[in-house]
Ligand binder design. Structure first.
Ligand SMILES: [Zn+2]
Length: 226
């Protein structure tokens, strides 16, 4: 049988279970988390946010496809599920609308990928949410930072301390509830540095949202996933 053009563009088996279905099968989509996980980071675990799920093997495989192989169709395939998870958290916190501020990619991320996975995540939330959400590119790097993936927890925190800036606070007009969005939350150094930058500009972040959350398994050697 000749290879169809669709087979070249879209994978023909489910990423997670290899069933013949294309992208992600119905059964795997049905098994996705229905409610967000509450996640706490920062001093005394005082910064409250949420994650779509844990960084398990399926989530790692998913992120590898999306981030390293630019298979953003996978992100689109779970867009409604991601938005339902975020909506669940937004409602839980008593908000009716929000601004979503994606973490910008480091210099290294830009040069190797050419797109921002956190911003792609925000786009899916905006597209599928039941609430009016606004994408706000408010945060930029003030200086270059080292690759977080090879650093310990304390090194990560130092690496990112004061790393972000809000160059144009006027961009943050709109809904009062500001959520920082990243693909993965590990030690929380990144979202906490983003929260500090927002605070310096006079804005209090209402929380954060990530695709997946995890803790550093081996703080001395670091982990592959940031
Ligand atoms: Zn499947």
């Amino acid at each position: 049988m000749p290879v169809s053009i669709l087979d070249l563009v879209f994978p023909s088996v489910c990423l997670w279970c290899s069933e013949q279905s294309g992208l992600l099968c119905e059964r795997c989509l049905d098994r996705l988390p229905k409610t967000a996980i509450e996640v706490f980071r920062g001093e005394g675990m005082s910064f409250r946010g949420a994650a779509f799920g844990r960084l398990d093997a399926d989530a790692k495989l998913f992120l590898h496809e999306v981030k390293d192989r630019q298979q953003t169709a996978y992100l689109k395939a779970i867009g409604p599920h991601l938005a339902a998870s975020f909506d669940n958290q937004l409602e839980h916190l008593g908000w009716q609308s929000a601004q979503l501020v994606p973490i910008p990619p480091s210099q290294r991320g830009w040069s190797s990928r050419g797109f921002n996975p956190a911003e792609s995540l925000v786009r899916e939330l905006v597209r599928h949410s039941r609430f009016p959400l606004k994408l706000t590119r408010a945060i930029e790097y003030r200086r270059t930072v080292d690759d977080q993936r090879v650093l310990s927890a304390s090194q990560r925190s130092q690496n990112l301390a004061g790393a972000f800036v809000v160059p144009r606070p006027d961009r943050l007009h709109g809904p009062k509830a500001i959520f920082i969005v990243d693909d993965v939350v590990t030690t929380g150094s990144t979202i906490l540095a983003a929260r500090s930058a927002l605070a310096e500009a006079g804005f209090e972040a209402a929380g954060f949202f990530a695709f997946a959350e995890t803790f550093l398994k081996n703080a001395t050697t670091g982990t592959k996933w940031v």
